[in-house]
Design a protein around this ligand. Structure first.
Ligand code: DX5
Ligand code: ZN
Length: 225
């Protein structure tokens, strides 16, 4: 199970410490939410922020671009050292060219779908990507409630992946806590993004470890069925 804490919920006044702590806590990736104030009603970080993060960790940085015109900023994120870059399927056809560019730079490319977007809109991209990110809240803010209706989309993606013998990573993002993660793992999630649950816990290492144990238990129970 890949655990990807979302920095949006970290105490950014202590950025270097937070990154060192989350690295020592054995997170797998660091998830970075990039918001443009247009695709989502909020603003967050730019490529220089990613450069700062890379100074303090060896962990792969999982960049989630919630941007209407990612083509403007893509090169800068590639140069800044992004390891994964995810775009939204809601952008339509132009995402194909951008995915090609991301992969051509040796970065993993992902596609994401928002809660109102049907799974079918992701299908045209599924043979080109390394990662499918299913949003389980409407993007824009951390700390929102998990929208459980998205589990059916996750199940569709898992089914499609098996049927078409694809290996892309299935990631979920938004409202992931020790309870909601169970349904996600059962439905086939390989990667869990979690901001509030991890960064607002007393001990990041324990929180991440607890997530791993819960994921293992869920998988075991599922295999016994
Ligand atoms: C929402 C972001 C998420 C968010 C997750 O727009 O894409 O990555 O930071 O935060 P929590 O875990 O607090 O829902
Ligand atoms: Zn995100």
């Amino acid at each position: 199970m890949i655990i990807a804490p979302s920095l949006l919920a970290a105490d950014l006044g202590y950025l270097a410490d937070e990154i060192k702590k989350i690295t020592a806590a054995k997170a797998d990736w660091i998830h970075l939410d990039i918001m443009d104030g247009h695709f989502v009603p909020n603003l967050s970080f730019g490529p220089d922020f990613l450069k700062l993060i890379k100074k303090h960790t060896h962990l792969p940085c999982d960049v989630h671009l919630m941007c209407s015109s990612p083509e403007i900023i893509l090169d800068h994120f590639l140069e800044a050292g992004a390891d994964n870059i995810t775009l939204h399927a809601e952008l339509g056809k132009k995402a194909h060219t951008l995915i090609e560019k991301i992969r051509g730079s040796g970065c993993l490319a992902g596609i994401s779908i928002n809660p109102p977007t049907p799974f079918e809109e992701a299908i045209p991209f599924l043979s080109e990507i390394d990662l499918l990110l299913i949003m389980t809240v409407n993007p824009g803010y951390g700390g929102q409630k998990f929208i459980s209706e998205n589990i059916s989309k996750l199940k569709m993606a898992t089914k499609w992946k098996k049927l078409n013998k694809k290996k892309f990573i299935l990631e979920v993002d938004g409202g992931i806590n020790f309870e909601s993660m169970k349904e996600c793992v059962k439905a086939g999630a390989d990667a869990l993004v979690s901001g509030t649950t991890i960064f607002r816990s007393e001990n990041y290492k324990e929180a991440i470890h607890k997530m791993r144990l819960i994921a293992q238990d869920v998988c075991k129970i599922d295999l016994q069925k």
